[in-house]
Ligand binder design. Structure first.
Ligand SMILES: [Zn+2]
Length: 456
């Protein structure tokens, strides 16, 4: 498989560290509110990646995602949502509530919880403190007014590059350095933040100094990814907005090498505008009637292209999804009812090939969906169609294959009655029964010598 690696800005052949298996880390949500659909695009992209590696490349996948359950945004919410509640108890309540909402959201867009291992920042406190201590012992981290900072200057002095994912004009930035805050350098960032009154805090003793406080956001991901997957691991994913400073800092904290591939997805726009609270075009999954249609809409764009969300685009994706499901169901009912379907071996083979090749080319889902549309046109009423689609849907995850619900005895009686009428060329009766079946959401196609009935 070829993947676009943000570390090299090139499409590269993906080679896992350990033959046959892949380790993936995705930056998860900060659980203080509902996530917006732009965030969801990042998780759908990561899920697409892990499914593709499993189904198309037949690799075993270990996929880890963090939950940021302590950070500035969370603390800001505590006073609003839980006034008067003890800070740590309030934090636990707020984050548990929104972690639940998040897990439901990702499951609604087709991400199976059994595929992803969720790790909590608060549960990883020891690993974070160890990483900070390690940086301090190397002289890269320093203590200032109860907080611990990462010195970009000192890190660069060890010969490491700060700016692996983005071109940083570090010299220009360094020139504007003043003694702002408690930092040595303007690019320095907090590894550990001193407790302020009323904030939840954890004990941390560093070099004999008692530093009650909480971890910085960046250290969470370095510690959790390495803790769960080792160092380096294969693929780190996230939205492009996380490239800098978040991922750059993750790399620096890990000593310069964190993951071999960084895969970043582009933004989601709403009506061609950037989603923002001030434009009042901020949507969550609750604003989307069909979550899997949203997933399809995401897949209709390449993950490295900006995508557009609008009433029209989500409606079109919804219609497309219904159309595809209907085609699959019709084929399934044909098989169930013993209608002989012709085998189009060439079309089956061409589809499997084209679909897999598109996915292997840096997850080119628009091309894969085009191959699927072509195949649907050519072979939707041939043998093996439903099975092939079921295979492709293991990658796409949009619920294309549904259970075939057998006809009830009442429905069977109507079908038999209609078949008998047709056999006697009593078309008035057969048409009347057909209309009645359609009201029950059963559609009919009369073939030579037999009729096919299926649920719409
Ligand atoms: Zn992260």
């Amino acid at each position: 498989m070829k993947l676009f690696n943000s570390l090299t800005n090139k499409k590269e052949d993906f080679t896992p560290i350990q033959a046959g298996s892949v380790s993936i880390y995705s930056c998860g949500p900060t659980v203080y509110d509902k996530i917006h659909i732009g965030n969801l695009r990042a998780f759908i992209t990561a899920d697409l990646l892990q499914r593709s590696l499993r189904i198309v490349e037949k690799l075993s996948v270990r996929w880890v995602m963090n939950i940021t359950d302590i950070d500035d945004k969370i603390i800001a919410r505590l006073e609003r949502d839980y006034p008067g509640v003890e800070p740590e108890a309030a934090r636990a309540k707020l984050t548990t509530q929104y972690q639940e909402v998040f897990l439901q959201d990702i499951s609604r867009v087709g991400i199976k919880q059994s595929d992803v291992q969720i790790v909590s920042a608060v549960d990883s406190m020891v690993a974070m403190q160890q990483m900070i201590e390690n940086l301090y012992r190397q002289g890269i981290a320093y203590i200032s007014e109860g907080s611990v900072y990462f010195s970009v200057e000192r890190y660069r002095a060890t010969g490491q590059v700060y700016g692996q994912l983005v071109n940083l004009d570090y010299e220009a930035e360094a020139r504007v350095t003043d003694d702002q805050d408690q930092k040595e350098g303007v690019a320095d960032f907090a590894l550990w933040k001193a407790q302020k009154p009323g904030e939840p805090a954890w004990q941390f003793v560093l070099d004999g100094n008692e530093l009650p406080g909480r971890p910085g956001w960046h250290i969470e991901c370095s510690a959790m990814s390495v803790g769960a997957l080792g160092q380096p691991f294969d693929i780190h994913t996230g939205g492009v907005d996380l490239k800098f400073p978040h991922h750059e800092n993750e790399i620096a904290q890990a000593g310069g090498t964190l993951a071999n591939y960084f895969v970043h997805n582009e933004f989601l726009n709403v009506n061609a505008e950037k989603m923002s609270k001030s434009l009042n075009n901020f949507f969550t999954l609750d604003d989307v009637a069909d979550p899997l249609a949203f997933r399809l809409l995401c897949l209709q764009a390449h993950y490295r292209s900006q995508m557009d969300f609008s009433d029209e685009s989500i409606q079109a994706a919804h219609n497309r999804l219904l159309g595809l499901r209907a085609a699959v169901r019709k084929n399934q009912y044909a098989q169930e009812s013993g209608v002989t379907l012709q085998l189009k071996a060439d079309a089956n083979k061409a589809f499997a090939h084209n679909f897999a090749e598109a996915i292997r080319d840096d997850l080119n889902t628009p091309l894969a969906l085009a191959a699927l549309a072509e195949y649907e046109k050519e072979a939707s009423m041939s043998a093996g169609f439903a099975e092939q689609i079921a295979w492709a849907d293991q990658v796409l995850g949009i619920g294309l294959v549904n259970e075939v619900i057998p006809f009830s005895s009442e429905e069977q009686a109507l079908i038999a009655e209609r078949n008998a009428a047709r056999a006697q060329s009593d078309f008035a009766t057969s048409d009347k029964i057909r209309d009645g079946l359609r009201v029950r959401n059963i559609d009919v196609e009369d073939l030579s010598g037999s009729s096919l009935y299926w649920r719409m």
